[in-house]
Design a protein. Structure first.
Length: 477
């Protein structure tokens, strides 16, 4: 008799053991103290192929961008475009003079670049404008400056040694980052030649500490953008060989709206359009009677999402999330609330905390089971799924070279989005789709979070076991 209860208990646990066995390699990370959540299942049959604490709430890092992509497609559809305008209360007179301010109405385009600004200035020239008797006013009334809620972005106001922590504005351009090009001088010993990527005229200040060295002596360059009394300055140090090709450097600006103003002023000057009174930044909507003089549309949303997810672009993701907020002066907390409301409409998802669309906020929380519910919901929306899945990467052909690990089965039959954080704890997360050997569709998610006492975690430690586990599932079905 005592054996029967024990046997019944073991029989009830067998399904749990079988599920965990689907991630036999990944599960070994738990022995080192890492917190794991994972799930893989087939979509048509619903069969669970593997699970490790699938309901556990963990940080997804940039896998959060899957929620942003799904919510954006649900709201706008794949062909939606954002419009950036130049407007004014005046029309150019017979001499091409605009006797009023020229207002740059930032439309929240997350991929607005210098090329778009150049197209905008050419259309303004085409409209007959040759001189602006007032100011260039950059309006970021939709959102901006957006309050920083992460350490990286808060520090980026005063200095930045990267581009991923760029600040946010509906009038931002070039992903909120300055760009300079470093080229060698003609002779060794002379300072390198450093120019803006976007204009022959200087746009951002440069503190040039790069020395030209003889042929084949190596190129080692570091750069930091600092905010000084004179404005943003790119401090560039190191050396470059006389026979080296120019190097391009990107660093987050201290104020994306003012960056847009400086860049657009340079474009207007090159187009032969004079602006008499310089530039200013405003948080108010353009006057109701303002007329559009020139417009430029963004790429369609499906293209924006491909860039956002493939390059895990934090600036683009959070810009898109802010655009989801209906009211002006949007904040990241409001944007996170919109995303959470979208998730609340997914049956069976469970709890979620989203403080940003990018995942740069370490407070974001979800579960592996929640991610697979999201992925399954998009799979069953044929009008949206092609654009959604196209934004994920194939390890064999994706832009992130670190994904090219594991067998060719993993390389060719998986579509994946990854997420990485190193502070305050290490996070390595992944989610996506796979096709089995018989052609069935499956979804998976794996979240690995460190603690204050766990060792350093790199992607090899996560991708190698994850790819081995997925390969076994794919081959078995």
């Amino acid at each position: 008799m005592p054996r029967r209860p024990l046997l019944c208990m073991l029989l009830t646990l067998l399904p749990l053991f079988a599920q965990a066995n689907g991630f036999t390699h990944l599960a070994k990370l738990a022995d080192k103290g890492f917190l794991l959540g994972a799930e893989a299942r087939l979509l048509d049959s619903g069969e669970t192929l593997g699970a490790i604490a699938p309901e556990r709430q963990l940080s997804p890092a940039s896998v959060s961008k899957l929620y942003l992509a799904a919510a954006a497609l649900d709201r706008w559809g794949p062909q939606h475009r954002f419009t950036t305008r130049l407007v004014s209360l005046a029309e150019p007179d017979a001499h091409g003079v605009l006797n009023a301010d020229l207002v740059f109405d930032g439309g929240g385009d997350p991929m607005l670049t210098s090329e778009d600004l150049w197209r905008l200035t050419q259309r303004l020239h085409q409209a007959g404008v040759r001189r602006v008797a007032g100011r260039l006013v950059v309006s970021q009334w939709r959102y901006g400056p957006v309050e920083c809620i992460t350490t990286d972005r808060c520090q980026a106001h005063s200095r930045a040694a990267n581009a991923y922590s760029a600040l946010l504005s509906s009038a931002g351009v070039n992903y909120g980052s300055w760009c300079v090009s470093v080229a060698p001088a003609a002779v060794a010993g002379a300072p390198a030649r450093i120019t803006s990527c976007d204009s022959q005229a200087p746009i951002v200040g440069v503190d040039n500490r790069v020395e030209t060295q003889p042929d084949d002596s190596g190129t080692r360059i570091t750069a930091e953008r600092v905010l000084r009394d004179s404005g943003d300055v790119m401090v560039v140090s190191g050396q470059i060989s006389t026979n080296a090709q120019p190097r391009t450097l990107y660093r987050a600006s201290s104020d994306p709206a003012r960056q847009a103003a400086s860049t657009l002023l340079a474009m207007l000057e090159q187009a032969g359009i004079e602006v008499r009174d310089g530039s200013a930044v405003a948080a108010t909507e353009p006057p109701a009677g303002a007329r559009s003089l020139a417009e430029v549309d963004s790429e369609p949303l499906q293209e924006l999402l491909l860039r956002t997810l493939n390059y895990s672009n934090n600036f683009m993701a959070d810009q898109l999330a802010l655009n989801l907020v209906a009211s002006p002066r949007a904040s990241l907390v409001q944007a996170g609330g919109v995303l959470e409301a979208f998730v609340a409409g997914l049956p069976g998802h469970g709890p979620v905390t989203l403080r940003s669309g990018s995942g740069l906020t370490p407070e974001n929380r979800t579960s592996a089971a929640g991610i697979t519910v999201l992925l399954e919901s998009m799979y069953h929306r044929p009008a949206l799924f092609p654009s959604f899945v196209a934004a994920l990467q194939s390890p064999a052909n994706g832009v992130m070279r670190f994904l090219r690990r594991g067998s060719m089965t993993f390389q060719r039959q998986v579509m994946i989005k990854t997420g990485t954080l190193n502070q305050p704890v290490a996070v390595r997360a992944a989610g996506g789709y796979f096709r089995t050997r018989s052609g069935q569709w499956g979804v998976f998610a794996a979240l690995v979070n460190g603690t204050s006492t766990t060792p350093w975690l790199n992607w090899q430690q996560v991708l190698d076991p994850l790819s081995a586990d997925l390969e076994a599932m794919i081959d078995a079905h």
